[in-house]
Design a protein around this ligand. Structure first.
Ligand code: CTP
Length: 446
C-alpha cells in the first residue's frame, strides 16, 4: 500500500520516525513529506533512510513529474504526524502552499492526523473548531495523549504513541467508513451497503443488558445498562448476514421490542450472572463469534430470602453479604474452540483517553479477549445515553480502531474490526493492506 506520511514542525517530529519505520516494517511503500519547519527538527536524510524513498518538501521540486499532485493521487492512506495547530488549520481550510498541502488536496485517500501541541493551543477555540471540521469530513484524529510536554508542562497535547498511530491508521484503511466518528456507518445508512454480507453465515452469540442479583422476591442488585449498545451490535451483525443469538439480561423495553421485531435474531432471556454464564456456556461452543456486551454483576447476595425482607426483621441498619460471581468472559476465552473470536467490553470511569487505555490494557491482560471495546462510563455518560465513544484494542493491547457517535454508528466500527479480524483468521498471511495484523491475530489465537 502507498502511504504518505506528512510531518509538520513540532518537537514530536522525532517520534514520527517510529511511525515511518512501523509502516515500512509492515511492507508499505512510504513517502514522507515534511514541512519546511519539520526539517528544522529532523533532517531529510533521516526521512529518506527510514522510508527508503526520496523526500521533497517543495512543489517546485521535479516539476516535470507533477509531484504536487502525483503523490496524493497514488496514496492509499495519508497520515500526518505530528499535526501542529498550524497544519491542522491549513488542512481544515484547504490551504496548499507547500507539497504536503497540495498532496492532501489532490488525494481521496483516508486521512489520519495525530495532533501534538501545547495544551492551551489544543484547547483554543480555533483549534477545537478546526478539529471538529476535520472530523465532520471523516478525517480520523488520533490523540493527542495526556502527559509531559516540552518545557515541563503537563496536559493533553502529547503526540500519541507511534504504534497506536500506525494501528489506527491501518485500521482506518481496513474500515474506511466509521473510524473516529465519521457520521457514516449508521446501520441502514448508505455506506452500510458495502458491508452487507461480510458476516454472512457466521453464528454470533451476544450477551446484552445488565444482570440482576435478587435479594428477595421483590428486590435485586442491578446496574444501569440499558442493553442499547449490545442490541445495536446484534442488529448490525444480523444485517451483515450473521445468525445472531442474543442472551438478554433485563433489557430496556424499547430495546427489547427492536430485537423482537427482527426475525433474524433469537432472544434468550436470563436474569442473574449465573443464568447468563449457563446460557452463554450452552451456546458458545457452536458460535464463530462470542460478544460479551452485557454488564455482569461481579458480586451477588450470598443468600436470597424466600419471602420479602421486612424492616421489622432488620431494624435501622442492614448488612448484605455478597459473594463473587464467575468471570464469564474469561471463562469463555479459556474454553473457546479453535478459530472462535471472542469480543469483550470494558466499562471504565476514566478521566481521559490515556487512563482509559491503561485501565483497558490491564483488563485485557486479565481477560484475554481477541478484541476489547473500551468505553468511558460515568454519571452522565455511557449507560443510558445514546452517544458513546470507544477505543478497540486487540489481544496485545494495541489500538485497532476508535469511534465516537451514536451507539448504532459505533457498533458498525466494532463490527468492522470484527470482520477484519475474522478475515485475517481465514486467510493467514493473506490480505495486502495489513499483513502484520494478520500475523498478530494468528498468534493471538495460538
Ligand atoms: N464480565 C463477565 N463476567 C463478570 C464481569 C464482567 O463476563 N462477572 C465481562 C463483561 O461482559 C465485559 C468484561 O467482562 O465484557 C468487562 O466487564 P467490566 O464490568 O468492565 O469489568 P469487570 O470484569 O467487572 O472488572 P472491574 O469491575 O474490576 O472493572
Amino acid at each position: 500500500m502507498s502511504v504518505v506520511v506528512g510531518v509538520s514542525g513540532g518537537i514530536a517530529a522525532y517520534k514520527a520516525v517510529a511511525v515511518v519505520r512501523g509502516l515500512v516494517r509492515r511492507g508499505h511503500d512510504v513517502h514522507v513529506i515534511p514541512t519546511e519547519a519539520a526539517l528544522r527538527f529532523v533532517g531529510a536524510p533521516t526521512w529518506e533512510a527510514t522510508s527508503r524513498n526520496s523526500v521533497h518538501t517543495s512543489v517546485f521540486d521535479d516539476v516535470a513529474e507533477v509531484r504536487h499532485v502525483a503523490l496524493g493521487q497514488r496514496a492509499d492512506l495519508i497520515v500526518v504526524a505530528p499535526a501542529t495547530a498550524h497544519t491542522l488549520a491549513k488542512i481544515a481550510h484547504g490551504l496548499s502552499d507547500d507539497l504536503l498541502g497540495t498532496t492532501i488536496l489532490a488525494s481521496t485517500a483516508p486521512l489520519v492526523v495525530a495532533p501534538a501541541m501545547h495544551t492551551e493551543m489544543w484547547r483554543n477555540p480555533a483549534t477545537v473548531a478546526n478539529v471538529e471540521l476535520l472530523r465532520s469530513r471523516g478525517v480520523t484524529v488520533v490523540g493527542p495523549d495526556d502527559g509531559q510536554l516540552t518545557g515541563g508542562d503537563v496536559g493533553p497535547g502529547r503526540l500519541s504513541e507511534p504504534d497506536d498511530i500506525v494501528a489506527v491508521a491501518l485500521a482506518r484503511v481496513a474500515e474506511p467508513a466509521t473510524v473516529s466518528g465519521s457520521p457514516a456507518g449508521v446501520p441502514g445508512g448508505p455506506d452500510q451497503e458495502a458491508r452487507v454480507g461480510d458476516l454472512q453465515g457466521l453464528r454470533l452469540v451476544v450477551s446484552v443488558g445488565g444482570t440482576r442479583e435478587p435479594l428477595d422476591p421483590v428486590r435485586f442488585i442491578g446496574n444501569r445498562s440499558s442493553g442499547h449498545q449490545g442490541a445495536s451490535l446484534a442488529l448490525g451483525a444480523a444485517r451483515r448476514g450473521a445468525r445472531v443469538t442474543v442472551v438478554a439480561a433485563a433489557l430496556d423495553g424499547a430495546v427489547r421490542q427492536t430485537l423482537d421485531s427482527d426475525a433474524r435474531i433469537e432472544v434468550v432471556d436470563v436474569s442473574t450472572a449465573l443464568d447468563l454464564e449457563t446460557a452463554m456456556a450452552e451456546r458458545a461452543p457452536e458460535a464463530d463469534v462470542v460478544v460479551m456486551a452485557a454488564a455482569v454483576a461481579d458480586y451477588r447476595p450470598a443468600t436470597v430470602a424466600d419471602g420479602k425482607i421486612r424492616k421489622d426483621d432488620s431494624g435501622d441498619e442492614m448488612t448484605v453479604r455478597l459473594v463473587r460471581t464467575p468471570d464469564v468472559l474469561a471463562g469463555l476465552v479459556a474454553r473457546r474452540p479453535a478459530g472462535q473470536v471472542v469480543v469483550g467490553f470494558a466499562a471504565e470511569t476514566a478521566g481521559d483517553r490515556a487512563e482509559l487505555l491503561s485501565l483497558g490494557r490491564a483488563k485485557q491482560r486479565r481477560k484475554g479477549a481477541d478484541l476489547l471495546v473500551l468505553n468511558s462510563v460515568g454519571w452522565t455518560t455511557g449507560f443510558g445515553s445514546d452517544d458513546t465513544a470507544v477505543v478497540v484494542i486487540d489481544v496485545h493491547g494495541d489500538v485497532v480502531s476508535e469511534a465516537e457517535g451514536s451507539k448504532a454508528a459505533v457498533s458498525e466500527t466494532v463490527l468492522d474490526a470484527l470482520a477484519f479480524r475474522l478475515a485475517a483468521r481465514r486467510e493467514p498471511g493473506g490480505g495486502s493492506s495489513a499483513p502484520t495484523l494478520t500475523d498478530e491475530s494468528t498468534e493471538a489465537g495460538a
